[in-house]
Design a protein around this ligand. Structure first.
Ligand code: 26W
Length: 830
């Protein structure tokens, strides 16, 4: 909605540009007390912690507001080509510290609050992080929008404002129990609702053709609709005066309350529409690999993309904008297939509402979309049944059929009547039931298709979408993932940050490749000592946090061996468990002297999708092994297993800077990229990993001497699979493996009950789809080289420094530069 015309203002203040409050301690105190008194409506002496936190947040907002408003005005005025990032997930993490850092107010705020008798750290702890994502994909979206703002690239992030984010994980008798994530309960100071910009989103119904002055057109007669209300979130650039916008949509009923029905006494019916509507943005689907194909999920996807496209066309484009130029004005980046229904939606708007010719509309659409694939697991590729699509979005199904028809005609044109190829490439699949393959639709419509690491993009071309790579030669590219150094180094690791800044100056925060200059310092014993002291300090910080948070004790002076990521069989947490049980069994059986084992604390963090039974059983096993190992005097001081519940962005910010060893042990060819691997390396942890995803690029950059490689490569995995993989053979031939598996099967970790973990053992013996047993020996051998390496602390520290120095490439700023160069062509607007 273009800004409502208001008569020209006369008061000088109304004409003056919006200015931020004075960046002084006094200025901050005044702003803070104003917010506490006038916004929170309490006096300092009667205020609650939450009042003080909300007032602090509002104060930081006020300092960023001027930049934000100016940026919105500038972006709308300049009409420069921008990026619309469409993502069903944003795993943002806590906002306060990032916004303080971006506005350069951390010290002033700390001092200002202290002068009011307030410890800012206490307020930090009160913030609830918005868990609007599952894992890698959601966190990547958050890193990307941070980089776009810091690089002054005109962009908007669009998504869903789930009322309930990713579930809170608790453990009951070692088993995962999900609790609802009431992240909005204590207020949400970082969001700005704009009900005036609500969009009406339709569903269901039918379509009909009609004649429009001799032109046959189609109209959609929907059966019901809801309102999409936008909530704006600030996305501040790092100390560059820029603030981009994240616009998340929330669903409310068009007519939330039916007074007539209410007066007739049917209270439930009176609010049924509201309940029904708000369900759409009620909760995040907690799956991160296996789509459940639920109708509500498709409603969520269409809801936010339809609102986003309409919002962009109505509110970002200048009056009377010629849509033929749209590809020069915006690129809609599809964060996996979840938003791909945006393609038929834009076609519907251009053809049915703006009356463009089909061919013109299709040319525009192909120029406006690009698709990033984040997975290699066939079961993670979304397909929507033709029945469901036809019922919920009848017009979109018609459009998808026509897109497919024209696409297959072009395929026939090039390859002739190769029916098998046609069937393989059809966007509409026939078996087991008629369904729309969303990855195919995204590939056909997208100007570019990219994977998220070199190996992944290669496998996309060769294995997942080979026919499409052949048919669209120039369409496939790669952009290796990255992480924001603001949150995952500057904020999470202040000790290492000041060490780097002392050595190199402050520019590394926005130019991470400068870390390369640290290489020289690896040879400097003083720098090594300072570096090791920082790591030791981060370990104490983690130990304090885990003690306070979950009553867990980190082993003193232990090697911290960390595996934090979603629980999934392809990520092979079971390989880590078998290593721990091997070490434990060796000592418990007396075959290995405890003194021979490098003292280690194993830290796990992992949520399992609630419907993923095997993943939940593995969580149970990890906790069961932990409670036995942690209470066994024979391994006292040697082995500890910690599994703090509810791994999230905030816990990651404690764990990653403290880690010595980063576990990246997925089966080669399964992890698209990984981003935790990058965060660990940048924080001076050494990686033990397979040649999978971005591990390959990390190893290439840090050097083989500074990376513990093990396991099969992707081609070796394929070869073993082709040859026929019999996991039980490894059990029979490897005594250490057999002893470890037998100990688990014996009930030693389940009070003697052999049935508890039997499904895990039999799955490994007779299925083992992710070849845990095949890579076991190589893994355990690599872990021995880790022990040996760790014995030489100085060499270890030197290697850790080289990891930091050589991983500047993995900044999400570099990823953005690659997207701009290879896909978006949206240069920064300084
Ligand atoms: C519909 C169910 C569903 C939900 C989420 C299927 C797939 C997903 C995501 C694509 C899963 C995901 O988070 N993938 C991860 O994306 C990261 C960012 O690119 C990569 O680093 C990880 O390797 C990849 O597993």
């Amino acid at each position: 909605m273009a800004p409502e015309r208001i008569s020209p203002a006369k008061h000088p203040l109304a004409l003056a540009p919006v200015t931020a409050p004075p960046s002084t301690v006094d200025g901050f105190v005044r702003e803070f007390l104003n917010n506490l008194n006038f916004r929170q409506g309490v006096a300092l002496s009667f205020s609650s912690g939450n009042d003080r936190y909300l007032a602090l947040a509002e104060t930081v907002r006020d300092y960023l507001m001027a930049r934000w408003l100016e940026d919105q005005r500038r972006q709308r005025e300049r009409q420069a080509k921008g990026v619309c990032y469409l993502s069903a997930e944003y795993l943002l993490g806590k906002q306060l510290d990032n916004n303080l850092l971006a506005s350069g107010l951390t010290e002033i705020a700390t001092e200002a609050l202290a002068s009011c008798g307030i410890d800012i750290d206490e307020l930090r702890r009160l913030e609830l992080e918005p868990g609007l994502g599952n894992g890698g994909l959601g966190r990547l979206a958050a890193c990307f929008i941070d980089s776009l703002a810091t690089m002054s690239v005109p962009s908007i992030g669009y998504g869903l404002r789930y009322e309930y984010g990713i579930f809170r994980q608790t453990f009951v008798d070692g088993q995962q129990v999900e609790q609802p994530d009431r992240w909005l309960a204590m207020g949400s100071p970082w969001e700005f609702p704009h009900p005036e910009a609500a969009q009406t989103i339709s569903f269901g119904g039918h379509t009909e053709k009609y004649d429009d002055d001799g032109v046959e057109r189609t109209r959609w007669i929907p059966a019901w609709n809801v309102q999409a209300v936008p909530f704006n979130y600030m996305v501040p650039g790092y100390q560059n005066g820029r603030v981009n916008t994240l616009r998340l949509w929330s669903a409310v009923a068009t007519n939330a309350f039916d007074l007539g029905v209410f007066n007739a006494g049917d209270y439930a019916e009176a609010v049924r529409a509201q309940t029904f509507a708000s369900n759409i943005s009620k909760v995040l689907y907690p799956e991160d690999s296996t789509p459940q194909g639920k109708e509500l999920r498709l409603q969520q996807q269409y809801f936010f993309v339809a609102a986003s496209i309409r919002d962009f066309l109505d509110n970002q484009l200048s009056e009377g904008y010629d849509l033929a130029n749209l590809p020069n004005r915006v690129i809609f980046q599809l964060n996996d297939t979840h938003p791909v229904i945006a393609v038929p939606e834009l076609m519907r708007v251009l053809v049915d509402e703006r009356h463009l010719e089909w061919a013109d509309a299709w040319a525009i659409t192909q120029g406006c979309f690009a698709y990033t694939c984040h997975t290699l697991l066939p079961e993670a590729l979304e397909e929507w049944s033709v029945d469901l699509l036809g019922r919920l979005l009848p017009r979109h199904l018609e459009i998808i059929f026509r897109i497919n028809e024209e696409f297959l005609a072009a395929v026939r044109e090039q390859f002739g009547d190769d029916e098998l190829r046609i069937r393989n490439m059809s966007i509409v699949g026939e078996y087991p039931h008629r369904s729309v393959r969303m990855a195919y639709l995204a590939t056909v419509a997208g100007a570019k298709v990219n994977g998220v690491a070199e190996l992944h993009s290669q496998l996309l071309r060769d294995k997942v979408l080979p026919d499409f790579a052949e048919f669209f030669p120039g369409k496939f590219t790669n952009v290796t993932n990255g992480v924001t150094p603001r949150r995952f180094l500057r904020l999470a690791n202040p000790g290492l940050s000041s060490l780097i800044t002392d050595a190199l100056g402050p520019r590394w925060v926005t130019d991470l490749e400068r870390l390369r200059e640290l290489e020289a310092y690896a040879a400097d014993p003083e720098f090594r000592a300072a570096f090791a002291a920082v790591k030791a300090h981060n370990k104490v910080r983690l130990a304090t946090e885990l003690k306070a948070r979950d009553g867990l004790e980190v082993g003193d002076g232990h090697l911290l061996d960390v595996m934090v990521k979603r629980l999934h069989e392809y990520k092979r947490q079971m390989l880590k468990v078998l290593h721990i049980v091997t070490l434990y069994e060796g000592i418990a059986s007396g075959r290995v002297a405890a003194s021979e084992i490098t003292p280690r604390t194993f830290v796990f963090g992992a949520k399992a999708a609630p419907g993923y039974a095997m993943a939940k059983r593995i969580i149970h096993l990890i906790n069961a092994v932990g409670s036995v190992v942690n209470d066994d005097p024979r391994v006292e001081g040697r082995l500890k297993v910690l599994f703090p519940p509810n791994y999230d962005v905030t816990l990651a910010e404690y764990v990653i800077p403290a880690a010595d060893l980063s576990e990246q042990i997925s089966l080669a060819g399964k992890e698209a990229s990984g981003t935790g691997n990058m965060k660990f390396a940048l924080n001076g942890a050494l990686t033990i990993g397979t040649d999978d995803g971005a591990n390959v690029e990390i190893r290439e950059l840090v050097g083989d001497d500074n990376f513990f490689l093990f396991g099969m490569t992707e081609p070796e995995v394929e070869a073993l699979w082709a040859k026929g993989y019999r996991p039980s053979e490894y059990y029979q031939t490897d005594a250490d493996l057999r002893r470890a598996m037998d100990l688990i099967a014996s009930g030693a970790f389940s009070g003697g009950d052999r049935s508890t973990f039997e499904p895990i053992i039999s799955n490994l013996l007779y299925d083992d789809r992710f070849m845990v047993l095949a890579d076991y020996a190589s893994y355990v051998a690599a872990q021995k080289t880790v022990d040996a390496a760790y014995a030489d602390q100085d060499a270890w520290t030197r290697s850790a420094i080289l990891n930091v120095a050589r991983c500047g490439y993995f900044s999400s700023d570099r990823s953005m530069r690659d997207y701009i160069d290879r896909i978006w062509h949206t240069p920064p607007t300084p």
